[in-house]
Design a protein around this ligand. Structure first.
Ligand code: ADP
Ligand code: MP5
Length: 272
């Protein structure tokens, strides 16, 4: 059948070091048996040690990438990652309103693990006011949730409160990621559109090989949605996948190392 294979789209920045951004998204979607397409919003000069430079793509080129994808592919689920600046966020929002790419996962990327700012300060309001209300699923880490809700998150109770505030801001479903916490388990709080809430958890791995964890979780969710999973199932499967990529680390680079995107194959073997 023409155009029937599950296809997903990432709208994000590239990582020359291969561990995060568009590169992590494509590897994740591929490993989860979904065809991955990409609209590149920014290019970063980056490795596991840090980001040395980046540039946002011109608006016209972003528009043209959207048009090229929309005219030919049948995208069933889409995610956003690094969006760089306010102009780029507005361009992405306009294109998401123009084309139907299915459920939208918004990973509100702001600052890289190495400390570099990947979203201009004045673009935070644009993300909150214009992009967040389009989100089927919003996936902030703790610092991002704090910035978007303007509250201090200290514990599980404040993570839950933040989830509810983010839903009030317009995101249908929210997952507040606890990767930046220090407890023995990596606990993420999930609040669904119907009001149901629960935690997804995995043992915390003592490692600095966590470059691209957020991208990997959000693109695994997007891949599951592209295959037709419901939101709850997509989040549970994606958590299992990202946990395996962290737990079965590979040694690449000298800083915050990338994940083992092949680890899902091990999970399949365990299941069989
Ligand atoms: N050291 C770790 N061990 C296990 N899971 C982790 C670890 N660090 C992050 N995670 C998980 O990875 C996912 C991404 O979370 P996080 O690292 O907070 O995102 P981000 O990359 O956006 O900062 C979450 O499910 C989180 O719980
Ligand atoms: C292009 C791009 N997108 C996203 C991230 C965030 O990933 P992390 O928080 O793991 O550094 C990144 N470093 N680079």
């Amino acid at each position: 059948m023409v155009n029937d294979f599950p296809q997903a789209l990432t709208i994000a920045g590239t990582d020359s070091g291969g561990g995060a951004g568009v590169m992590a998204d494509i590897k994740t979607m591929q490993e989860n048996h979904v065809f991955a397409a990409a609209v590149v919003v920014a290019v970063t000069a980056q490795n596991t040690i840090g980001v040395t430079d980046f540039m946002a793509m011109p608006t016209k080129l972003i528009d043209e990438q959207f048009q090229a994808v929309a005219e030919d592919l049948k995208i069933r689920a889409v995610k956003t990652g690094m969006l760089a600046d306010s102009q780029s966020v507005k361009t992405v929002v306009a294109n998401l309103q123009k084309y139907d790419f299915g459920p939208l996962t918004v990973d509100p990327v702001m600052i890289a693990k190495g400390g570099a700012r990947l979203l201009a300060e004045d673009a935070i309001a644009t993300v909150r006011d214009e992009l967040l209300p389009l989100a089927t699923i919003l996936t902030p880490n703790l610092p991002e949730a704090e910035v978007l809700t303007e509250m201090h998150i200290r514990d599980e109770a404040t993570m839950q409160l933040a989830g509810h505030r983010l839903q009030e801001l317009g995101a249908k479903n929210v997952i507040v990621k606890g990767g930046h916490e220090t407890s023995d388990t990596a606990n993420d709080f999930v609040l669904l559109e119907n009001g149901e809430s629960f935690w997804v958890s995995a043992p915390r791995v003592e490692t600095n090989r966590t470059h691209g964890t957020g991208d990997t979780l959000s693109s695994a969710i997007t891949a599951e949605l592209a295959k037709g999973a419901d939101v709850k199932t997509a989040i549970q499967r994606a958590k299992r996948y990202v946990s395996a990529t962290i737990a079965n680390g590979i040694e690449v680079g000298h800083g915050h190392g990338p994940l083992n995107h092949w680890a899902g194959r091990q999970l399949k073997e365990e299941d069989d």
